[in-house]
Design a protein around this ligand. Sequence first.
Ligand SMILES: Cc1ncc(COP(=O)(O)OP(=O)(O)O)c(N)n1
Ligand SMILES: Cc1nc(C(=O)O)sc1CCOP(=O)(O)O
Ligand SMILES: [Mg+2]
Length: 229
Amino acid sequence: MSSRMLSETVRRHLQMYLVLGSVNCLAEPGWVVQQALAGGATMVQFREKGRGALTGAPRLELARRLQDQCRRVGVPFIVNDDVELALELDADGVHIGQDDESAASVRERIGNRMLGVSAHTIEEARRAILQGADYLGVGPIYPTISKDDANAVQGPIILHELRKAGMDVPIVGIGGITVDRVEEVVRAGADGVAVISAVTQAEQIRTAVEEMKKKVVLSIKSPGVSQKL
Ligand SMILES: Cc1ncc(COP(=O)(O)OP(=O)(O)O)c(N)n1
Ligand SMILES: Cc1nc(C(=O)O)sc1CCOP(=O)(O)O
Ligand SMILES: [Mg+2]
């Protein structure tokens, strides 16, 4: 992507955001991504971390392969944490957290590529926006099995609080989100859902993505309390 994207475009990319690495997958990651794309995933994040994660050449090879799959269908490919890798791949963006390089520094390094920043409080959210975040990842909304060092569970109320504080930035909820929880997350103020296990561990990946995305779209059309304020 060559120019800074409009937030409405970013919002659409956040609707059904798949986050994954090889350690999360029951099946071969390329197959998981292929099925998720077929089901309508709107963005993919390469997050190759945790016990047993690939390193070096195999990690780079997997990233290239998944990126290529996304490119073929015009779905943005985001790299988690690793700005070097994102630049080497010419990825569409980078996602960083509060313990990673600062958002301001990453923004300088990645130019107009998409920048996602994790935020857990209104203060973190404000700072991230000032430093150039295109979207916020907010969580964990529910208990998660996919991140050992996750913060305390926040509940959907954090999304409502961010909106109530006047934040109109694109926001994706993350952490323990399943198909049954999508509506609650979007109605609380998220533009979409970011998921690992609900997709990577699903028996029918394509169907799982289709169902979650459908719920996001329906919930956006019938907004909850936050959007009416
Ligand atoms: C969309 C999205 N939101 C939040 C995160 C978490 O980022 P971070 O806090 O840096 O933790 P790690 O993922 O790096 O372990 C994310 N990756 N994606
Ligand atoms: C990568 C990540 N970040 C989180 C945060 O709270 O910032 S929770 C999380 C893991 C999300 O995986 P699952 O959908 O399996 O719960
Ligand atoms: Mg990180």
